[in-house]
Every structure is written in C-alpha cells, then in structure tokens.
Unconditional design. Structure first.
Length: 581
C-alpha cells in the first residue's frame, strides 16, 4: 500500500512538472490568439473593451510566466499539491478571460460570430495537448472559456443559436473526454517509466550481488590455488632431486608414479591459472609471421609420451604453410586440442594437419575417439563442461581445455570449431590468417639452445614465506653446486647478506609474501640497496588483480609449480643476461 501511494505521489509530481514545462507554448499561443482576436474585432467599435481585455490577458500571461520561473527555481524541491493548485487556478483565470470575451464581444453579426466561435473553439481544442497530462487542469480552462458563450447562445432563444450552443457544448465535452484519454496514456507512460526504473535499479542491485559473489569466488579460487601450488612446487623440486639419487634404485618406479601424480595436479592448477588469466584480460596477443611446421612438430613431440601411454600415435602432416598469429597463444590452443584428443581417444591415432582456405589456413586436429553429439558441439567449449565424464575423473581434467582454446580464439579473432560424429571421432580446428614467408623472423631452434651459464659457484637469493618451498628450492640449488640465501622477506634477506658480506647473482621471489607485501616490492627494495641484480617473480596466484600487478612490474614472471629444469634454465638465462649487460 505504501509503495502504491508513493508511486501515485510521484506520478502527481510528474504531472505538475509537465504542466509547467508546456506552459511557454501555451502562453505564446494565448498572446498570439488574443492579439489576433482583437485585431479582427477592432472594427466592431468596442476598441476600449478590446484593449482592456487584451491588457488583462497579457497581465495574466506575465503572472503565469513569473509563476513558472518561481517553480523552476525550486528544482526538485517543490510541493506538488500546492503547485498543481497554482497551475489549475492560473489556467482557470485564463479560461475565465476567454469566457468573458465570448459574452462581451458576442454579436449576431455573422462575421463577428464566426470569428468569435472559431477562436474559442481553437483555444479549447488547442489546450487539450498542452494540458493532456492533467484533465482537471484542462477542464479548469475549457469549461469557463466555453460555457459563457454557450449560455449566451441559448439566451438568444432561436433555433440557430440553440443548435450552435448545443454543438459547442458537445465539442467541449468531446475534448474533455479526449483529454481524459490522453491523461490516462500519460499516466500509464509515467508509471511504466518509474516501474522500469525500479526494475533497472533492482537488476543493477542483483548484478552487483552477482559480481560480488563472482569476485568472492575468484578470491577463494586464487587463495586456494596459491596455497595448493606451494606444496606442489615443493613436491616437484624434491622429486626432481630424488630422481638423481634413485636413478638405479628399485623404488624408482614408485617415484615415477609420484611424479606422474604431481604432473597431473600441476596440469589441473595450470588450467585454472590459464582460465583466470583469460578472465582477467591479462593476456595480450602479439601476432607475427611464423612457419607452422616447426610449431606443430614441437607440440606433437612434447605430447608424444602422453599419447604413447595410451598406445596412440600422433602424426603431423607435412606443410609449408605460414600463418600470422601469436605463436605462444596458438600453441596453447593446439596443445589443448591434442590433449583433449588424447583423453577421449582409446585406440587409433591423432592427426594434425593444415588446410588452405582462401587467405586463411585451417589447422585441424583429427582423432578416432568417442565423438561428440551434435547437440553438444557448442557446449563443449563452455567452462567446466566434460563429455562422457559423469564420475568427474580428474585424470580427464576440469573441462577447461576447450574453454581456454575458445577464449584464446576470440582474443586472436581466429575461428574455432569442431566437426564430430559419435563413435567415429572428432576434428577440432582453428582458422588463422595466412602469413608471409618473406616476413619470417630467424629463431634458434630448441636443439640449438643458447649457451647456458653454469650455476656452479653462483649465489641465489630466495625470498619466500613458505618454509617447505624454501627448503625444496635450497635442496635443488645445492645439487647444482649453487649457494642459496633463503629468507621470508626483503629485510631479513638484507640482514643476512650484510652479515655474510656476499652479493647474490640472482633473486628469486614469491609474489605473495607476509604482511600484504609482494615479491615485486621486495625485489625493488633489494635492487635499490644492492644494484640492478637480475630477478624473477614466482607466483601461484590466479586472482585477476594479482596477475595484472605482477605483469605490470616489468619483471620476468614464472607460474608455480615449475620443474627443476625450468628453474635451472631460468636462473641460467638471468645470469647470462647480466653477463651480457
């Protein structure tokens, strides 16, 4: 009930505002019409009465204009009941003046009578549109403006004037009825506008609640992912260290299974990270002209062991095609395609090839797997969707691979899709612009890797607030005959360095540290004290804001968990860059 009364009060305020908004057009019309009537009736010999009447009309017009200025000065702070009465009273006063003219200037002269009738009818009809927002305001003008003239016609007591009076009365009543219909339309329009505004406000509120829930989910996922990556990182490095000790030990098979489980967990966490980076718009495409053959062969070689574990063969069709794309992002798309094919293919083979389509190259990944129903061929690209995995077997991933491929395709403006037949297999494709072989950049192959600086005798400063990670990294570095100074923050690291009198050759810092500090801050502090020491940031965060912050630091970023080989190569590259500079 209270909501309805509030809405009705709001509608009344809008009606009042409309009356004053339309007033300038009303006043212009009144001044022009009154002056025209006086001009046409001037020859009747009633010049004094006509001038006095015109003066009264103009004085009332000035008063109405002043009332409008006073109303506008109030802005939104006005009493709708008071100002609505002011508008009605001033409108009624105008109607009385026109009604006075209908009696004082009444004449049986056909020309005068026709002139007076036309002007009064025009004023009554013209006021409908300007007062349609409030029927009582219109009636306050129309009735006093017309009834005196109608009464005067009836006073003549002849058939002609009786007909003229009755027709005039019917004309007024029809206009009032028409005005009432217009008012209902205006009120309905105002009601719908405010109801829509309430709906938009409610939707905005619900959108805000949903966004907060999404942000809470992202923060939870980021925190959980970071905390999970810490022990996984330690497991990766400790297993790498143990492999050297257990190279010929009977327990090596058990260690291999532990490593395989660790790789599976790492892959799941990496899928979450890739998804978060895409949602955070933290990936920027850097397209260039590339040859596709080396890229496809490298991906196939990297995934060959995974395919052989299921007795599958990966073949890459020969191609000389060039493409214009971001090679790193295209590689991620194709890796997800091939890994998905391996997961859902139990026997047969996987074929990777290129097909020219006009000025584009379509890269296709064919498999002989279970196939996808037509009804699910769009759904498979959604987040967390998995076909034929009701038991949620984590060996088949989280259902993020194809979503990541699809999102990267949109980022690169590459067409992504699938053709599949249930029981026969699937063909996933990505269509890329054709490249120009004359614009290829010379790149060293992985087989011709650049010289790696040996770590023997080097000193690495490690900053991480996790004891287990510090211990595992230290153990791995010691096996490479590399000294390690480990600390949980930059201040502690400085104290240790000053006490030992040693300068580190490289800094490795976790991004998220204690007391809401970051590895970027720690590195900047250390570089300010010790000089421009090469540094790298390790992060296990998936929070979009954290990814943006880390990316904008300008430092090299590595995502946890990383293997011992990755760590060694990164440190070697950092020290090599220092030597060159």
């Amino acid at each position: 009930m209270k909501a309805n009364s509030t809405l009705e009060a709001t509608i009344l305020r809008e009606q009042t505002k409309l009356l004053f908004e339309h007033l300038p057009f009303v006043l212009y019309g009144v001044m022009a019409s009154s002056a025209g009537l006086v001009t046409l009736l001037w020859h009747t010999g009633q010049s004094t009465e006509l001038l006095l009447w015109l003066l009264a009309v103009y004085l009332l017009t000035a008063l109405r204009w002043l009332a409008r200025r006073r109303f506008n000065a109030l802005g939104t702070h006005f009493d709708e009941q008071h100002w609505l009465q002011v508008a009605i009273q001033l409108t009624a006063a105008s109607g009385i003046l026109w009604g006075f003219a209908g009696v004082v200037f009444f004449s049986t002269n056909p020309v005068v009578l026709m002139t007076l009738t036309i002007f009064l009818a025009a004023m009554v009809a013209g006021a409908v549109s300007s007062h349609a927002c409030h029927t009582p305001a219109y009636a306050a003008f129309a009735l006093p403006a017309s009834l005196p003239f109608i009464a005067r016609c009836l006073w003549e007591n002849t058939t002609f004037y009786w007909v003229l009076g009755a027709a005039s009365l019917a004309f007024v009543l029809i206009n009032i009825h028409y005005g009432r219909n217009l008012q209902n339309m205006v009120i309905q329009s105002i009601r719908l506008r405010f109801q829509n505004a309430e709906l938009v406000s409610e939707l905005t509120l619900q959108k805000g609640v949903a966004e907060q829930a999404s942000m809470a989910k992202t923060r939870f996922l980021a925190a959980a992912s970071h905390d999970l990556r810490q022990p996984v990182q330690a497991i990766e490095l400790l297993v790498d260290a143990l492999r050297e000790d257990l190279a010929n030990h009977p327990s090596k098979g058990l260690l291999d299974r532990i490593q395989q489980a660790g790789h599976g967990l790492r892959n799941l966490l990496n899928a979450l990270l890739d998804s978060a980076k895409i949602n955070a718009a933290a990936i920027t495409a850097k397209p260039r002209h590339i040859q596709l053959a080396p890229l496809l062969k490298r991906i196939a070689n990297d995934l060959a062991a995974q395919a052989q574990h299921k007795s599958l063969d990966i073949r890459v069709a020969q191609t000389k095609a060039c493409a214009y794309t971001d090679p790193a992002l295209l590689e991620l798309i194709l890796r997800n395609y091939i890994e998905n094919a391996i997961k859902y293919t139990n026997e047969g083979r996987i074929l990777v090839g290129c097909r020219k389509q006009g000025k584009h190259i379509r890269i296709e990944v064919h498999d002989t797997g279970i196939g996808i129903p037509a009804s699910a061929q769009e759904t498979v690209f959604q987040e967390f969707y998995q076909l034929g995995n009701p038991e949620r077997d984590k060996a088949k991933g989280l259902g993020l691979g194809l979503y990541i491929a699809y999102s990267l395709g949109k980022l690169l403006n590459h067409d992504i899709g699938v053709n599949s037949t249930v029981g026969e297999g699937s063909m996933f494709y990505v269509t890329v612009p054709q490249g120009d072989a004359s614009h290829l950049l010379d790149e060293p192959s992985r087989a011709q890797a650049s010289y790696k600086t040996p770590l023997t005798g080097k000193t690495v400063l490690l900053i991480d607030d996790d004891d287990l990670v510090r211990a595992s990294v230290t153990e791995m570095l010691n096996r490479w005959q590399c000294s390690t100074i480990a600390a949980e923050d930059a201040e502690t690291a400085l104290r240790i360095l000053m006490a030992r009198g040693r300068m580190p050759d490289a800094i490795v810092a976790d991004y998220r540290l204690r007391n809401n500090s970051t590895g970027v801050q720690a590195i900047k502090l250390l570089q300010g004290q010790l000089g421009n020491i090469p540094a790298v940031i390790l992060t296990g965060d998936t929070a979009p804001s954290r990814i943006h912050e880390a990316k904008s630091s300008g430092l090299m970023i590595l995502h946890k968990p990383l293997s011992g080989v990755q760590l060694r190569d990164t440190l070697s590259d950092l020290m090599a860059s220092k030597a060159i500079s």
